[in-house]
Design a protein around this ligand. Structure first.
Ligand SMILES: *Cc1c(COP(=O)(O)O)cnc(C)c1O
Length: 344
């Protein structure tokens, strides 16, 4: 069996989740009649301390709904240059909400400083569109699962709010950040206007994400979800495992521990360098070995370790619920073999 470290989305639902799916009470959720979806939404809102929450089929849909609700056609949206919503969602900001994107480079900090928010802000005028939304990301995926402290989220959000700009947080891995920093989720999202988090990543649910915020925001988001084709019927079948997923928050610490062990082990291999991660995403550079990420990923696959190429020399391994401590030890040995196979 390969050790599958491509993503934390690859986990299979547990037996308990499958049973919960089978036994879930259901109704037509478009009519608001599905008790299991309603329970998930209410528990999810409690988990992040918002007035309300909406169950959506994917994190991408959650982010795109938020962008649509917060903005007007032709606005600018301010995003980090390596952010998921900008780089990995098919230009949905343009395609679905008619937004013009303005990027900032937050570097290792992963969120903008208040100065960067003010610099990026565009005031609406006869000639300029006006900034409609600031989008933040925590943890920051492409920057290696960086856990952003709540104070940095607050500072960016407060700068935006002073300019009258609402703030969305792409918290696909919000709970990874909270566990890594020992921060309360409610505290983490205190200054933002909406937050999306994924049930289908480290929390282990088979399907779905949550878009949370104030009552008015969620009511508007519910309409846009329908518009985007995300109104689901007896969705309790997939929401039931999502409820169980909310109990998997604390165990994310195991993924983080596994990621540190993996990074440590890989960093010890000649030609590889892997900084210690904050959370469950390990980034490995193969530049010193003179091996491209694509060659490296293929060699690792031949040896039974799956990862993903995320740059010319950058490979990502992501620990998850289905990967044990022994799997990590095995993965380190196999990657060592893979490097010997391809290093020049
Ligand atoms: C995975 C991810 C998403 C999108 O989630 P999907 O459920 O795969 O659509 C959005 N933002 C970030 C940072 C992610 O890592």
């Amino acid at each position: 069996m390969p050790v599958d470290l491509r993503s934390d989305t690859v986990t299979r639902p547990s037996d308990e989740m499958r049973e919960a799916a089978r036994d879930a009470s259901v109704g037509d959720d478009v009519y608001g009649d599905d008790p299991t979806v309603n329970e998930l939404e209410s528990r999810a809102a409690d988990a992040v301390g918002t007035e309300d929450a909406l169950y959506v089929p994917s994190g991408t849909m959650g982010n795109q709904i938020a962008a649509r609700v917060h903005t007007d056609r032709g606005d600018e949206i301010l995003v980090e240059r390596e952010s998921h919503v900008y780089r990995w969602e098919l230009g949905g900001l343009a395609q679905l909400s008619d937004l013009q994107v303005r990027t900032f480079d937050a570097g290792e900090r992963a969120v903008p400083t208040p100065e960067q928010v003010r610099e990026g802000y565009v005031e609406e005028s006869l000639h300029r569109p006006g900034t409609g939304l600031l989008s933040l990301e925590n943890t920051h995926n492409a920057r290696g699962g960086v856990a952003v402290p709540p104070e940095d989220i607050d500072a960016a959000a407060e700068a935006a709010n002073e300019l009258g700009v609402p703030v969305h947080l792409d918290g696909a891995r919000l709970f990874n950040a909270c566990v890594a920093l020992d921060a309360d989720p409610e505290r983490m999202v205190r200054e933002v206007d909406s937050v999306m988090f994924c049930l289908s990543k480290g929390l282990g649910a088979p399907v779905g994400s949550i878009l949370a915020g104030g009552e008015e925001f969620v009511a508007a988001a519910r309409r846009v979800r329908k518009l985007f084709g995300g109104g689901m019927r007896q969705a309790g079948i997939i929401a039931a495992p999502g409820i169980l997923a909310l109990d998997n928050v604390e165990r994310l610490a195991e993924d983080h521990e596994n990621a540190r062990r993996l990074a440590d082990g890989l960093d010890g291999i000649d030609g590889l360098s892997a900084p210690t991660p904050d959370t469950n995403i390990v980034q490995v550079s193969t530049e010193d070995a003179g091996v491209t990420a694509e060659e490296f990923v293929a060699a690792c696959e031949d040896r039974g370790v799956l990862g993903g190429a995320h740059g010319e020399y950058l490979t990502r391994f992501c620990t998850n619920l289905d990967v044990s401590g022994e799997d990590i030890e095995a993965a380190i040995d196999r990657v060592r073999g893979a490097v010997e196979d391809v290093a020049v």
